[in-house]
Design a protein around this ligand. Structure first.
Ligand SMILES: *Cc1c(COP(=O)(O)O)cnc(C)c1O
Length: 824
């Protein structure tokens, strides 16, 4: 569906500058995701961290001609002669307004889903249940925010027969805006959890906010077994029909009379509006069963027959939420996305691949299965796929499935191959010759794409460190929220990004526009450059032998002593380099490295002034105890010393020298000392250094059970007979030892890991490559997953037992443990 620029001007009440005819089909809020410039309308959003207006020149250059702005460029007529600028007072509101007006075009059922957990699963399952006969437009992945919701609703077009959208909130007052955009005819509250509780005075308050979605809906659906939800619903003025589901209340509109587990299936018996029914689904966990109940209520309400419901419930597929990045065979990197295949999620995955820079030479390859999407003719659909792949710089296309084989002509890529099945692909020369490529695997589960991944991924032992890139970004934003929009940020990715792997973390941080990345030694910087990182890189411990490398790779050293300074100047002069940026460190009390901020300043300034090989780009110091109030007085003294010394340096130069001192704890504790820049370390990786509480967990160290033994009372486990067994026990061996970074001092029951959510203590001495754990009484078997630390077992539990800090445990995970990265 397209709108003329005049129409949009009217819809959002803008002032139109530039009289150029244009049709708009795409909306863009993030300049990096641009795909079809000619038909794109860019909204220059302003957040407390960034301002979209900055990207207008670049976007114009790339062909975008339509912009929604709060400030029209002064040089509009000369610089942007053929562009349209729509001036509004608030660009986010304008985006939301446009989505509202777009929504007005549709008189069809629209489902709005809110709740703390399960929104995405309910949305995707509803799609699976309804899409065989209806064309469903839904939020891509979990686009459920103030920006994500308008972008989702914008996707409705003339094919759409039902809309299914998520609404996520984190603060009071947000739901009203989302409700006006989605205008659900059926509103659903999945459940009430603790997420974002810090922003609400109580659970009740959060529930009331979520229920704003219910106003004006024709039907509202909620869990009557949750006392808070029931109470707040009863006190809320609800116009429409209420459908409560309950497993306890026989009078509920949807009464679940029984949930029976049979092998790997759950059989749910229900009474809906007085009539008994039953369906089976291929999952047995409690969350899946609850989510299926919600889906059943909504699907029946939308007119799906009970028979069809049962038939389709049996075929429900798990919802893979994550894009995984894995190292593959033969120099390949795999991006694995088994999220339901449809064109919107394909676009997001291609965008993700493109945003991760790569050293030259590696081609981008797309392996795609048939896309199931009713309503669109397959020619049209695959032509769209082809356009998208071309625009997103895919060079090689591998299509799998009968539809793709039939539509091979529509795919306009220079290199293309088609196979009816995954088996044919795996046994082909095309598969064998995959080499030095970045491969996006995007396939519907039923095509068996798992086999492809398994064959392509490098074989390693079964211990992995899972790194959640979304949570890195969450933590980044958490710390950015303490800072002024103009304050720059250095992200510390030394020690292999505190153990999580510097290259992938750097790609994510660069994509989120941090100002500097900092590593310890030159080689770490070279690795970043070789992997396509172009951001500014700071070297904290520059080796005298590596100056040439730093110059060659554009890495900016820290200087902390006269000896280093002289050597650096000499090296730069020898290369004929001028004005090479360096970062001056002052020692204000750590007494580790740095110039004396009083005694050394005169000589330092004098030396810097009498050469032109290097220039100070920044000046900084480091707090010794910003994590503890006990050192506040000392911190104040450190700051005063730094303030004086750094101002003295600045006064000697006419160019701006960035001043910085705050680390993670400092950002939170002394935001007033943020100056020009801050240095974020541990907090980025999910640990609040001041409280040792977890922020959003980033790294999860996982392994699997190799073997299980029944061990009789009186026997011992492991070396030196340390693990004495007192009662007959079930002991499991796991393939992780002290050589992987599992500290030997955690053994002999001093700490535990988690097996299926239950604590399993380490028994006996931890060996080099294997450890033994007590799983007596835990429902588990060989091959089950074991969490050493991570999402459910904070790393601080281990560091506390070891009487150390989480930094040491995180950085201690050996490099032989494979890192797997994922993003929602
Ligand atoms: C490691 C480091 C940081 C980051 O410290 P965190 O406590 O992890 O935030 C900041 N500045 C310097 C100089 C560092 O070496």
């Amino acid at each position: 569906m397209t709108y003329t620029i005049e129409k949009i001007t009217t819809l959002i009440g803008a002032h139109h500058y530039g009289e150029n005819a244009a049709d708009v089909a795409f909306i863009l809020t993030d300049s990096r995701s641009l795909c079809f410039p000619e038909e794109t309308l860019f909204f220059a959003l302003q957040t407390n961290r960034n301002d979209g207006h900055k990207y207008i020149p670049e976007l114009y250059q790339r062909g975008v001609r339509n912009f929604v702005v709060t400030d029209v460029p002064a040089d509009r007529a000369e610089t942007y002669p053929d562009a349209n600028f729509l001036k509004v007072s608030n660009t986010l509101k304008a985006l939301q307004r446009l989505a509202e007006r777009h929504r007005d075009e549709f008189d069809i059922p629209v489902v709005g889903i809110t709740g703390s957990n399960g929104k995405t699963m309910v949305k995707e399952w509803l799609y699976q249940l309804l899409s065989p006969e209806m064309f469903v437009t839904r939020s891509p992945r979990s686009y459920n925010s103030q920006i994500g919701v308008p972008l989702s609703v914008w996707l409705m077009d003339e094919h759409t027969q039902v809309g299914v959208f998520e609404a996520g909130i984190s603060k009071p007052g947000e739901m009203a805006a989302l409700r006006a955009i989605i205008r659900p005819t059926i509103a659903v509250l999945t459940n009430l959890g603790t997420a974002h509780q810090e922003n609400f005075s109580s659970m009740e308050a959060k529930c009331r906010e979520k229920l704003v979605l219910f106003h004006d809906a024709r039907t509202v659906v909620y869990d009557a077994d949750d006392a808070i939800v029931r109470r707040i619903v009863s006190k809320t003025d609800i116009q429409g029909e209420t459908i409560a589901w309950s497993r306890r209340d026989k009078n509920a509109a949807f009464y679940v009379s029984e949930v029976k587990k049979e092998d790997a299936m759950s059989v749910v018996s229900y009474i809906y509006k007085g009539v008994a029914g039953r369906y089976s689904l291929p999952f047995i966990d409690a969350a899946s069963v609850s989510n299926s109940i919600i889906c059943a209520v909504v699907a029946l309400q939308l007119g799906l027959s009970r028979d069809a419901l049962d038939r389709r419930m049996r075929l429900l597929e798990p919802v893979a939420m994550r894009l995984e990045v894995k190292e593959g065979q033969h120099g390949c990197t795999l991006i694995n996305d088994s999220y339901n295949s449809d064109i919107n999620s394909l676009d997001i995955a291609l965008d993700f691949m493109n945003r991760r820079p790569d050293h030259k030479g590696r081609r981008h390859t797309l392996v795609l299965s048939d896309i199931y999407q009713s309503g669109k003719a397959s020619r049209e659909l695959y032509k769209e796929v082809s356009d998208l792949a071309l625009k997103r710089d895919v060079e090689k296309f591998i299509g799998i499935g009968p539809q793709l084989c039939a539509q091979a002509e529509e795919i306009q890529l220079p290199e293309k191959f088609f196979f009816h099945t995954v088996e044919q692909f795996i046994h082909s020369e095309v598969f064998r010759s995959l080499h030095n490529e970045v491969i996006l695997l995007k396939g519907a589960r039923k095509f068996g794409f798992d086999q492809v991944t398994e064959l392509l991924v490098k074989k390693v032992h079964e211990t992995i460190l899972e790194v959640n890139l979304n949570n890195v970004v969450e933590n980044l934003n958490h710390y950015r929220s303490f800072l002024k929009p103009t304050t720059k940020l250095v992200c510390m990715i030394k020690a292999d990004a505190y153990g999580s792997g510097s290259v992938e973390i750097a790609k994510t941080l660069q994509d989120h526009r941090v100002d500097y990345l900092a590593v310890a030694v030159a080689d770490e910087g070279v690795t970043l450059r070789r992997n396509g990182i172009t951001a500014n890189v700071m070297i904290m411990n520059p080796e005298m032998t590596a100056f040439k490398t730093m110059f060659d790779y554009d890495l900016e050293p820290e200087v902390y002593s006269f000896r280093l300074l002289e050597a650096l100047i000499r090296a730069a002069e020898k290369e004929g380099i001028t004005d090479y940026p360096v970062h001056v460190k002052l020692d204000t009390g750590m007494h580790r490295l740095g110039f004396d901020p009083t005694a050394d300043m005169k000589r330092l300034i004098d030396r810097l002034k009498h050469q032109n090989a290097i220039i100070p780009r920044s000046v900084f110091s480091h707090f010794v105890g910003s994590d503890s109030d006990a050192f506040d007085d000392f911190s104040a003294r450190q700051f005063a010393l730094f303030d004086a010394g750094s101002k003295q340096l600045q006064a000697a130069f006419s160019h701006k020298i960035l001043r910085h001192m705050d680390n993670s704890a400092g950002i939170e504790h002394f935001p007033e000392r943020q100056m020009d820049m801050c240095r974020l370390g541990l907090g980025l990786y999910g640990v609040d250094p001041r409280t040792n509480a977890m922020l959003q967990n980033v790294s999860t160290l996982k392994t699997t059970i190799l073997q299980m033994h029944c061990v009789k009372a009186g026997e011992t486990v492991g070396y030196s007979r340390k693990g004495v067994i007192e009662h007959d026990s079930l002991i499991a061996a796991i393939p992780i030892g002290y050589a992987d970074g599992l500290d030997r001092r955690l053994g002999n029951r001093r700490c535990y890991c988690l097996v299926n959510g239950k604590k399993a203590p380490y028994v006996g001495n931890i060996c080099m490559d294997v450890a033994m754990i007590d799983v007596t009484g835990i429902d588990c078997r060989e091959g089950d997953s074991v969490e050493i630390f991570g999402d459910h077992l904070p790393v601080t539990v281990l560091s506390d037992v070891l009487e150390t800090i989480p930094y040491e445990v995180l950085t201690g995970v050996s490099t032989r443990v494979k890192r797997v990265y994922f993003q929602d």
